[in-house]
Design a protein around this ligand. Structure first.
Ligand code: ATP
Ligand code: LTN
Length: 326
């Protein structure tokens, strides 16, 4: 069984892009791999957050992940801040990465441009992400395409550390979905659906009520011609709808497109497929949300499992670096 690790930020609401691009695949492969899924709450602190809101978001995210079908008895589901080794190795990774390397990260450049206050943590974010991955001898990291550059850095840091101090870390591989798992915004289909961009009508949340989902799809931006075709370059809006319907019903997008001649029925069927896809998740979420103590127990159990591997890795790292043993 391959060791798998991935992370998701407890910021904003989980949307259809997170679900189709990441979470659904985590659920589908949970029995084939030895997987850890981490709610990266320390990464969320790179941008100032309201404490009450953050506390609620962490619980809600854990509940959504379990409601989506992740079984906390099968995978290790935990909060990053519960395992102190993440920050410890994060510092070591900051001392392994160069300033120039971090400065080249495109996510940093984009987020820094959009922000008034740019924290030092936003800059060193990829070093903490490398630590998350390397702590667990991770072989595969399932992420969306947007994380490719961060993963390359994690690999470079593992190789550099190993060559400076001797074999310590497994060098991880990215597992990026073969079919374009990049869900686009329904109002601006040239931009990916995102938690941190304000586009309430363009973002379908996994916890949206059926009526709301229906309305968002009905108002989705298409284009002036009326032909239905899967062609993301020339027809990004229509192709996004086709891709969502194809993903929701496990079909090929070209085959899906061939079944339609008008936008109206395509929108209606996509909305219905998404509503049906999310229905079981929404029902389970309602039960889990009613019992926050159970969610806290799940996270505590996950942290305990994660800590075992993480602390063994840190013993090795300290020894390699010449730091005194604990
Ligand atoms: P932000 O908008 O703040 O960057 P995000 O919506 O990208 O947040 P993350 O928590 O950073 O969400 O990512 C969780 C996972 O979801 C990652 O593996 C990421 O690659 C994937 N993901 C995010 N947005 C999309 C999308 N539109 N389509 C497919 N996958 C996505
Ligand atoms: N940077 C990622 C979240 C993340 C992550 C990780 C993903 C933090 N640590 C480790 C994979 C492995 C994001 O913004 N999606």
């Amino acid at each position: 069984m391959a060791r798998v690790f991935s992370g998701i930020q407890p910021t904003g609401e989980i949307h259809l892009g997170n679900y189709l691009g990441a979470v659904r695949r985590w659920v589908a492969t949970q029995h084939d791999d030895d997987a850890l899924y981490c709610i990266v709450d320390l990464h969320a602190l790179t941008v100032p957050k309201d404490p009450t809101e953050l506390r609620a978001k962490i619980l809600e995210l854990a509940q959504v992940l379990v409601a989506a079908g992740l079984d906390p008895e099968v995978v290790t589901l935990f909060a990053q801040s519960h395992v102190a080794e993440h920050t410890e190795l994060g510092w070591v990774m900051e001392c392994t990465a160069s300033f120039g390397e971090l400065r080249r990260m495109t996510q940093f450049k984009e987020k820094a441009e959009r922000s008034e206050f740019v924290s030092a943590g936003l800059f060193t974010y990829p070093a903490l992400m490398a630590a998350d991955i390397l702590l667990y001898d991770t072989e595969k990291v399932p992420v969306g395409d947007d994380q490719r550059q961060h993963l390359e850095l994690a690999r470079d840091l593992a190789v550099r550390f190993n060559s400076r101090y001797g074999e310590t870390f497994v060098v991880p591989e990215a597992a990026i979905p073969p079919v374009a798992a990049r869900v686009m915004d329904l109002q601006d289909p040239r931009r990916k659906m995102s938690k941190s961009v304000d586009s309430p009508q363009g973002t379908v949340l996994v916890l949206d009520e059926p009526k709301v989902i229906e309305r968002k799809f009905k108002r989705a931006v298409t284009d002036s011609e009326s032909e239905v075709r899967y062609d993301p370059e020339a027809k990004p809006g229509v192709s996004n709808l086709v891709a969502i319907l194809a993903a929701a019903t496990d079909r090929d997008p070209h085959e899906v497109a061939a079944g339609y001649t008008q936008y109206g029925p395509l929108k209606a069927d996509t909305a219905e497929a998404v509503i049906e896809l999310l229905r079981p998740l929404q029902e389970r979420f309602a039960e889990l949300a009613a019992d926050p103590a159970e969610t806290a127990r799940i996270l505590a159990m996950g942290a305990e499992k994660a800590r075992k591997t993480a602390s063994a890795t840190m013993v090795r790292v300290r020894d390699r670096l010449g730091l005194p043993p604990l």
